[in-house]
Structures are given as C-alpha cells and as structure tokens.
Design a protein around this ligand. Structure first.
Ligand SMILES: [Zn+2]
Ligand SMILES: [Zn+2]
Length: 134
C-alpha cells in the first residue's frame, strides 16, 4: 500500500508534525512503526487527531511541549500572568515562564548586576587565593 503524504511539492523541507524535526517530504525518518491513519485522542487537549506513530500521544508538538512542561512543574501549567520585576519591584505581565524583569531596561540592569556580582566573586576568590599563597 502506498502511503499518502500531504500534498506538497517534492523535496520541500517541512517541519514533521510528529517529531518537530526538519524533514524532507518523502524522506521522513520514522523511528517506531508508521501506522495507517488511526484516530487517537490527544492526552493534552483531548482533541481527536490522526495518529501517525505507535507511540504518538499528542496531536501536535505544541501539546507535547505543554504536557512535558506540566510534568516538570508538578502537574500545573506555570502561571505566566503577572510577575514582580527583580530590578524595580514593579508588577509586569510575563511573556515567558522565566521572565524576571518588566522591561528591556530592567533586563539590562539585571544583567549588569549579575556581571558585577560575578566579578566581585571572582575578585574575592583571587584575594582568598593570594592569602593562601602568602
Ligand atoms: Zn492536543
Ligand atoms: Zn523593572
């Protein structure tokens, strides 16, 4: 049986929806067995999707990433919402789970502080070492 591929010009580089890796149409490398079209329910969003691999559990890379992120944070999707800027202490809307600063200016300031701290630690280490040698 000939496997049906989505209509696309030959040799088009696409993002494989299963692995999220770059794949060349017609040259997608599959690990586990490729299934004939099977319907499955996404473990993340509950949507029915066309399963293409035996071990596929999610409808998309987005859902797979979301699920894994939840595992890491103990089953809770990290709250993006509002954060407190580590530099100026003002609340801001987070754009990423790890956002720490409210603005580009504060981000630069935070970076500057980190560099300063790093240099200070290095200086202290050098002093300690000099003492040891003396
Ligand atoms: Zn999904
Ligand atoms: Zn700030």
């Amino acid at each position: 049986m000939k496997r049906k591929l989505p209509l696309s010009p030959a040799n088009t580089i696409v993002l494989d929806p299963v692995t999220g890796k770059l794949a060349q149409m017609g040259h997608i490398v599959h690990g586990p067995k490729v299934l004939p079209y099977t319907e499955a329910v996404c473990e993340e969003c509950g949507r029915v999707y066309g399963r293409r691999r035996e071990d596929q559990r999610f409808c998309s890379t987005v859902c797979r990433m979301k699920w894994w992120r939840k595992q890491r944070y103990g089953g809770i999707e990290p709250e993006l919402g509002v954060g407190i800027c580590v530099v100026c202490s003002s609340p801001f809307t987070k754009t990423r789970a790890w956002s720490k600063c409210c603005s580009e200016d504060c981000r630069i300031e935070n970076r500057r502080r980190q560099v300063k701290e790093f240099l200070e630690r290095k200086r202290q280490a050098a002093v300690a070492e000099a003492h040891q040698e003396a």
